[in-house]
Design a protein around this ligand. Sequence first.
Ligand SMILES: C[S@@+](CC[C@H](N)C(=O)[O-])C[C@H]1O[C@@H](n2cnc3c(N)ncnc32)[C@H](O)[C@@H]1O
Length: 320
Amino acid sequence: MNLVSQEKSVRALLKFGITQLREARVPSFTLAAELLLLHAFGRDRAWLYAHPEEVASDENAHRFFALIARRAAGEPTQHLTGKQEFWGLEFEVTPDVLIPRPETEHVIEVALDRLAAREIRAGRRQTTTGEGFWIADVGTGSGCIAIALAKELPGAKFYATDISSAALVVARRNAARHGVMDRIDFIESNLLDAFATVTVPESQITNHESPVTSHQSRSFDLIISNPPYVGRREAATLPREVREHEPGVALYGGEEGYELYAALIAEASQNLKPGGILVLELGHNSLPVVRPLLDAAPWTNVGVTDDLAGIPRVLAAEKL
Ligand SMILES: C[S@@+](CC[C@H](N)C(=O)[O-])C[C@H]1O[C@@H](n2cnc3c(N)ncnc32)[C@H](O)[C@@H]1O
């Protein structure tokens, strides 16, 4: 700290931050220090590289030291900056939502591929705007999956559920930030339970395939979910920033982790149209338990996609 109080150039501050985070065994410590410096200064990366010798104000330097101390004590970088990029979009994150993970982008890719393949089979153009599609995102958290899909499919309409009302507050803000609030309805619900009971006034039903008429189900084109899938018995093996700072309801699916999939798959079979698509993110140990749940009717065309680390990450299927 002494060295820095004598020499408060941006370069010296960054070096100090990197050293502190490395000594605290923070993963990706260089990137974390850089992101915290940019956040403390309210600047972007181009500025950082262009002005390494600039002398920081006392205010900026102290803000940076405080952030470094909190990161070294275990708070995730994204909680300190309040944001995370996903699918090329910036999402607000708070301790009420899971921080979007890069591997969840595979879930989006698989969903878009499956929808495109369905269009081709139906003799339509591969590139679809999603006009007339109804899509459900179960366990929406920050809203990242529903919002990314809404940007890709400007004609589609969405229901995004979460059991956490606090998460839905953040998801709604993210939808507003990305200009898709008018096409996503955020609903507090245990999985897809809401769809058995929600009634929409006639005036709000825009086409006869609207999924949310009372007790009328089996109407979604796509049901997509990244459910909680970590086992409570694995909690001690999680990194500190995850275990102590991300919401338990977003992490743990039960003692083993894969407990929610059976109900989710059963409810999806009730709420998908014939030809509708189910896309699920998997935990590292979920596949052997979850794959057999799709062996019987009404499921067909089951596929598994690995992530970049070679872990089976996405399970997809189609309803007959
Ligand atoms: C792994 S996080 C995924 C969040 C976000 N979709 C993403 O991919 O980053 C799981 C989400 O499911 C929600 N959740 C947990 N149990 C649920 C349930 N029974 N019904 C609906 N949502 C649930 C959690 O609150 C959390 O937001």
